[in-house]
Design a protein around this ligand. Structure first.
Ligand code: ADQ
Length: 495
């Protein structure tokens, strides 16, 4: 039996803070607000936890005026856990982050292989940067720690730790899908990637299907591997060692979204949104502007809806909120232009005085404003072409506090596995099918909407982000979130 882990160490590409250039030319730190930070901060806080990652700014350490360590130390003191930054040069960011992680793994793992640019230089930089991360992990941790690595940017951490002779208990969670063998084997470095993943003690996926895909790739590329067991977590036997594979669907802080949607100011904001749209039905899309999210296909479906069912014209608005993402990449700029042109076309064809069908916001919204949109919407239209999980679907349900709402969800989002009974599932490529789903659900009566939404909300409430952390830690080290010792105990233990 393994000994009690003393600290939880989280390693991710980005730190849960953003380091950026301030107006006065210096650097400033801003806290992140994602679900992962919310879930992990309580485990790390006051328990001597550490978070290791890139600050998001290429090489601020090279800037003599930047007191990066000082800035992070001040932030760490407030946050109650240590932040350790991995500095990356502009070239490293280009090769490891943009080139390999987002130019190869992201499209390949989302089944969009034609978008991959298999550049061997980027692959080499990916390995170099993974080595750099692993050196810092080795330096900043001890054999008593549990090291939890996040996502596809860092698939070689366990491999490099072992090659340095550093013994650590490691867990890895993949936030994006894992593709089936026919797609995965297109990767020129498929064997090295799968081998690297087998070096973790636990590899976690979003869904059972992802886990099955991984097991199928493993059998194909490493025939000596034997996967056995039943349930969410199974064992892979590699002959000389074993590791575990599990499905851990990620989630959100349900209570936080629910409570925010119930706040008077947020409910007031939701009312204002409805009023501005003259109390017509609201169909809502919220995404990072990414080609996996199916935004052009969704706008085409709105056009089809208006063309096929003319009775519906003037009765609803489609509001699309897109957060700018990876704007430095040409492909993403082209996608933005395509979306704007498609919206222009639909609005040009169907608007009439007093009604414009599609409203489009290209910006990141503060949390409470986003929740006001969720609360105001009658239909959440979540139609990614492929998605690891999709948290927007869960946030929409959590913010629908009156239980009156409809979730139309892509069958290719990880969330579909949990929501298949109560979301209206669609194929995002089938614009006529999506239009039909919209037409039908716009006519659902209140009892029907409430019946499904109540069950969806219950599902998210029960399976929240804290449960996700617990289930991963339980599989990894037979521990729960609350089991990590408080800092006081730690200090006494050390003294
Ligand atoms: P993402 O691809 O980023 O995450 P998603 O899970 O939908 O996808 O999360 C997006 C987040 O961005 C949500 O929390 C949402 O609130 C926020 N957001 C979206 N639009 C916004 C806006 N206009 N303003 C402010 N915030 C906005 C990856 C994987 C997913 C997986 C998650 C978590 O691709 O499949 O669900 O990680 O594991």
């Amino acid at each position: 039996m393994d000994s009690e882990p003393r600290r939880l160490v989280v390693v991710s590409n980005r730190l849960p803070v953003a380091l950026r250039e301030a107006a006065d030319g210096g650097w400033e730190v801003k806290a992140g607000a994602g679900g992962l930070v919310t879930a992990l901060a309580p485990v790390l806080r006051n328990r001597g936890g550490v978070w290791i990652g890139w600050s998001g700014a290429p090489d601020p350490a090279a800037d003599p005026a930047a007191d990066v360590d000082g800035l992070l130390a001040r932030f760490s003191a407030e946050a109650g856990y240590d932040l350790r930054t991995v500095s990356l040069t502009r070239e490293e960011v280009d090769g490891y982050y943009s080139g390999f992680s987002n130019g190869v793994i992201w499209p390949l793992f989302h089944d969009l292989q034609t978008r991959c640019r298999f550049d061997p230089d980027c692959w080499r930089t990916y390995l170099d940067v993974n080595f750099k991360f692993a050196e810092i992990v080795a330096r900043r941790t001890t054999a008593d720690d549990y090291v939890w690595i996040q996502d596809y940017h860092l698939m070689h951490q366990a491999f490099f730790l072992k090659s340095m002779g550093v013994k650590r208990r490691t867990g890895f969670f993949l936030h994006i899908p894992f593709p089936p063998p026919d797609i995965f084997i297109k990767l020129p470095w498929r064997w090295k990637v799968i081998k690297a993943l087998t070096e973790f003690d636990l590899v976690g996926f979003q869904t059972l299907q992802d886990r099955r895909n991984f097991a199928a790739c493993l059998r194909r590329l490493m025939p000596e591997a034997k996967v056995s067991g039943r349930g969410a977590v199974v064992t892979a036997d590699m002959g000389n060692r074993r590791f575990r594979l599990g499905a851990f669907p990620i989630s959100i802080d349900f209570q936080q979204f629910d409570a925010m949607a119930r706040r008077d100011d947020v409910a007031g904001e939701a009312f204002k949104i409805r009023e501005a749209l003259r109390h017509r039905k609201i169909i809502l899309g919220v995404d990072r502007l990414d080609y996996t999210k199916g935004i052009p296909e969704r706008i085409r479906a709105i056009g089809t809806l208006l063309r096929r069912y003319p009775d519906i014209q003037g009765t609803f608005n489609f509001v699309q909120i897109a957060v700018p993402s990876r704007e430095e990449v040409g492909e993403y700029r082209e996608l933005r232009t395509e979306i704007e042109q498609l919206i222009g076309r639909v609005n040009g064809e169907f608007s009439f005085p007093g009604w414009v069908p599609v409203h489009y916001h290209y910006r990141s919204l503060p949390h409470d404003e986003l929740v006001a949109y969720y609360a105001a919407a009658d239909i959440g239209l979540v139609t990614p072409l492929r998605d690891g999980m999709n948290l927007v679907a869960k946030e929409y349900c959590a913010a629908s506090t009156d239980g009156d709402g409809v979730l139309i969800l892509s069958e290719f989002a990880g969330a579909a596995a949990q929501f298949q009974r109560d979301a209206y599932l669609v194929n995002p490529y089938d614009t006529e099918g999506v239009a039909r789903a919209l037409h039908r659900t716009l006519h659902w009566d209140k009892a029907q909407r409430v019946e499904h939404m109540t069950r969806l909300r219950e599902q998210v409430r029960r399976n929240d982000i804290f449960r996700w952390v617990d289930s991963f830690l339980k599989a990894g080290i037979s521990r729960r979130l609350g089991d990590f010792p408080e800092a006081e105990t730690l200090r006494l233990g050390r003294g």
